[in-house]
Structure formats: structure tokens, C-alpha cells
Design a protein around this ligand. Structure first.
Ligand code: ZN
Length: 283
């Protein structure tokens, strides 16, 4: 019995000491002594587990006139609807951020605005330059354009000169999307590396800027492809899977929300399509 009381006393003393110590440390950190800020990293720079931000996927910003082109229409948002969507983002208080901001927020080095949103455009179609970019400038919205280098200067794709011009804009981030838009699940190791690393290097040489972000063609990948993208030196890679919650550990399988335009051209239910758009940005 004596032993029990003695050990209880010891434990109680230990806890009391702990509380005093914790309170003391708290008081010191509250006081913000200059030395303590140097030794103790501030809470804001602690890495975080996940961040919430809708990442929107667009392909074409154009009007499809051929009613039989169902796939083309599905992948296209008309310039008018795109402008309405940008107005919604503005009116609802959304602030566009970059994929670099997303990476920095995972590291605790960037504080997200209240309502962040990321816009991405796949494949490098010429209407990004002619239709999307002027509207991005008008509403001062940031976006990432994932480029396929071997498609540059071909019909319906942007030119090298346009990519150089866009890369100089503070609104546009140039990302890579392989050299030839291949399904990376079907290529051998050597080809995959040429497609992944090659697209990074060619775009870096063209723009004079480091390319940090990658998008898997068709959103498809395997475990080994993820490794290859990581080894190539990218910091993020996006898929076509859905979701607005971005876990730090999933920085090479980042989910997005595809903005589908098909029904808009065929039935013109502008209100309906914008309601769907609102749903895709809801956190
Ligand atoms: Zn693509």
C-alpha cells in the first residue's frame, strides 16, 4: 500500500511538473522573444496533411458547330459560357491560385485564400491563346496550360511563339503533358521517360523557365509512371479523377473537376450548365 501511495505521489508530481513546463513554454512563445522565433519554426511553416481547392479541367474554349461532333462538344466550353463561369468565380469571391501555390501550401509556406480555385487547360489547343487567354486577362484569372511539345505549330494547336509569350505572363503557368500525348500505361520504361522528361526539357528550353507540373494524358497512370514523373523532377501531377481535397501525399495523383460543355451547345440551357459549374467549385 505504501509503495502504491508513493508511486501515485511520484506520478502526480511528474504531471504537475509537466503542466508547469508546458505553461511556461506557452508563456514564452506568447511573449515572442526574438530568440525563440529563430529556434522554433513558426506554426504556419509546418507541412499540412491536405488542402481544399477545386482544380478545374478545361480542354477547348470554342463553339462546336457540327452537331455530330459529340465528343468535341463535350470537351468544349463556349467563350460566352467560359466568361459567365469567370464571372461566377469573381462574384462568389473565388481567387485563382497556381499549382506552385498549392505545393507551397502543402509545405506550410502559403496561406490559402478563403475561396481558392485553380484552372487548368489540357493539350495546348490554339483556342487557349485566342479565346481563353483574353478572358483570363480581362478577369485577371491565373491558369495552367499543359502542353504537348510535338503538337506545337500543328493545325488547331498553339505555336511555339505563343507558348513563349504566354510563359512570360504572370497569369499563365506552362505545364507538361508528354511529348506526344501517349497513354503512359502502354509505353515501355524508356519511351515513358522520353515522353515525360522530354516534354519537361523541351518546354524549359523553349520558355527559359522550370516546368514543375505535369498532367497524365487521358488522366491515366501506373505506380511506375508516378515514380518516373517524380524522378523527372516535377512537383505535382494531375489526373482526371474527381475531388477537391488534395492530400500532401497525393501530389503526384492530384484530382480535378472536369468542366463539361457538351450539353450547352446542343440544348443551350445556360442556367443549367452554370448551376452544374457552381456545384463543381463547391468545397
Ligand atoms: Zn490531354
Amino acid at each position: 500500500m505504501k509503495v502504491k501511495i508513493f508511486s501515485f505521489g511520484l506520478i502526480a508530481t511528474f504531471y504537475a511538473l509537466c503542466i508547469i513546463l508546458i505553461q511556461g513554454t506557452f508563456a514564452i512563445s506568447q511573449a515572442k522573444a526574438p530568440w525563440i522565433e529563430q529556434v522554433m519554426p513558426s506554426f504556419a511553416s509546418e507541412p499540412v496533411d491536405s488542402v481544399q481547392v477545386p482544380i478545374l479541367t478545361y480542354h477547348y474554349i470554342r463553339t462546336v458547330t457540327n452537331p455530330k461532333d459529340v465528343l468535341g462538344a463535350r470537351l468544349s466550353v463556349t467563350p460566352t459560357v467560359f466568361e459567365e463561369q469567370l464571372k461566377i468565380l469573381r462574384d462568389e469571391g473565388y481567387q485563382s491560385i497556381t499549382l506552385d501555390d498549392l505545393s507551397a501550401s502543402w509545405e506550410g509556406k502559403y496561406t490559402m485564400p478563403k475561396k481558392p480555385v485553380i484552372l487548368t487547360f489540357d493539350d495546348g489547343y490554339d483556342d487557349f491563346y485566342t479565346n481563353a487567354y483574353p478572358l483570363l486577362q480581362k478577369y485577371q484569372v491565373k491558369a495552367t496550360a499543359y502542353i504537348v511539345p510535338n503538337f506545337l505549330n500543328k493545325a488547331h494547336y498553339m505555336t511555339s511563339a505563343q507558348i513563349i509569350e504566354l510563359s512570360k505572363s504572370p497569369l499563365v503557368t506552362i505545364g507538361a503533358h508528354t511529348m506526344n500525348h501517349v497513354d503512359l500505361r502502354t509505353t515501355n520504361k524508356r519511351t515513358s521517360m522520353q515522353e515525360i522528361l522530354g516534354s519537361k526539357m523541351v518546354l524549359e528550353r523553349l520558355t527559359g523557365k522550370t516546368v514543375h507540373h505535369f498532367a497524365y494524358p487521358f488522366g491515366k497512370y501506373t505506380k511506375n509512371i508516378v515514380k518516373a514523373v517524380k524522378n523527372a523532377g516535377f512537383t505535382t501531377a494531375t489526373t482526371m479523377e474527381r475531388g477537391n481535397d488534395h492530400k500532401t501525399i497525393h501530389n503526384f495523383t492530384v484530382t480535378r473537376e472536369e468542366i463539361i460543355g457538351g450539353a450547352v451547345q446542343q440544348n443551350s440551357p445556360l442556367g443549367d450548365s452554370l448551376e452544374k459549374f457552381k456545384k463543381s467549385i463547391l468545397l
